[in-house]
Design a binder for this molecule. Structure first.
Ligand code: SF4
Ligand code: SF4
Length: 385
């Protein structure tokens, strides 16, 4: 079978659904293991299969990945095979061994989740008393060990006002910060806590304001894939200078702990499982003609009403697939794209061409910022110099 492309730049691998916390917004409602979790032997075979498929980086996540007894065996195999490694953890499991082994692995990033600037709200969101203090301790130890620490904050109505407090906690400490918004896929999260359109847009404004005020040396901050697309005002919210459309099945893939392969694990829906590594290799699943057709085979005729008339549709493919599905039930129809929200929120202002020009000029981000951010988010903390 001929490869369809160079293989995934990044595979996000849910090593286990077991978790010691009960986070409200968890999209996969983690807690217990999946019945058919891959065995240690299957997991090691999968590492080799990923390498054969051209995979360049693996992000190990959960549930809580450090709960898997063979976590370091899998992580070491990823590195031995020459792939980059990121670890996404809730940061509540602490031992001398963990930090020693993490250092030996030379990860690209150790990312911990932090949802509030203080213990009361963070512990409420994470469903466990004491979670905030444990995570803070984990973060401090990562910094002391020189590990490339990142923080991921998932924003919803309960914690949107925490963003300035979190910014003050993180700035100037060499911590990369990813801000993302909560979806409604999980069973513990009430839809009433989802951000409304103006709140959603204000998260993008906040990220842009942080970038302008502090720059990547003091506060390297990005918005996740769910924030952005062809904005007039906010040129630079995500890591990349330009939005190239949902990368599920193009440059990224997700693997569930039962071996199910998806374009993106954020799409928590069984019909998007492209195959299982117990039945076919990852290489075969990735390279099957017709696989991941919703991104690889996109045509503008497939776009929904929010996107069909948009000038950017062919490249953008209608924003984030997960956001589009969650909000509209269909693909290629993301209602929260910044391009669209701005047209709705600033309709009158945009009718004046001078205002439009002002928006464009005002929206230009600091020269060179994407390059510096790219280096920092690739583990090079000197990249901001
Ligand atoms: S309206 Fe749709 S196609 Fe246009 S930029 Fe937004 S998400 Fe992309
Ligand atoms: S579904 Fe959304 S989060 Fe997933 S790869 Fe596509 S754009 Fe990114």
């Amino acid at each position: 079978m001929e490869p369809v492309n160079d293989g995934p730049a990044c595979v996000v691998w849910e090593l286990t659904l077991a978790c010691n916390l009960k986070c409200l917004h968890c999209g996969s409602t983690a807690g217990g293991r999946r019945a058919e979790e891959l065995s240690p032997g299957e997991a090691l075979e999968l590492c080799a299969d990923l390498k054969k498929s051209g995979c360049r980086g693996v992000a190990l996540m959960g549930g809580e990945p450090l709960l898997r007894k063979d976590f370091f065996a899998i992580a070491s195999r990823v590195r031995e095979l020459g792939m980059e490694l990121s670890v996404i953890t809730n940061g509540t499991i602490y031992s001398e061994d963990i930090f020693r082994k993490l250092k030996e692995l030379g990860p690209r990033a150790v990312a911990v989740s932090l949802d509030a600037a203080g213990p009361a709200l963070h512990d409420r969101i994470r469903g466990a008393a004491g979670a905030f203090e444990k995570t803070r301790k984990f973060m401090e130890r990562c910094l002391a060990e020189g590990l490339p620490l990142s923080v991921i904050t998932t924003v919803h109505k309960l914690n949107i006002l925490e963003l300035p407090g979190l910014r003050d906690l993180l700035k100037g400490r060499g911590i990369a910060w990813q801000v993302q918004t909560a979806g409604a896929e999980g069973g513990r999260f009430s839809k009433e806590f989802l951000l409304g359109p103006e709140e959603f847009y204000s998260v993008g404004l906040f990220v842009e304001a942080c970038r302008r005020e502090y720059g990547p040396r003091v506060l390297p901050v990005i918005g996740a894939h769910d924030l952005g697309y062809n904005s007039l005002l906010l040129k630079n919210v995500s890591l990349y200078e330009k939005w190239e459309g949902c990368q599920a099945g193009i440059s990224v893939a997700g693997i569930r702990s039962d071996g199910g392969v998806m374009g993106c694990l954020a799409i928590n829906s069984p019909e998007f499982i492209e195959g299982n590594v117990r039945e076919k290799s990852f290489y075969e699943i990735w390279n099957r003609p017709g696989a991941f057709s919703y991104t690889r085979g996109f045509k503008k005729e497939l776009a929904g009403g929010n996107c069909s008339a948009c000038a950017h549709v062919e490249k953008c493919r209608g924003g984030c697939s997960e956001m589009s599905l969650m909000k509209t039930g269909g693909l290629h129809n993301d209602p929260y794209c910044f391009c669209r929200l701005e047209k709705e929120m600033f309709r009158e202002e945009l009718e004046n061409p001078l205002n439009k020009l002002g928006f464009k000029l005002g929206g230009l981000a600091a020269k060179g910022a994407p390059g510096r951010l790219g280096r920092i988010f690739s583990g090079d903390r000197k990249g901001g110099e």
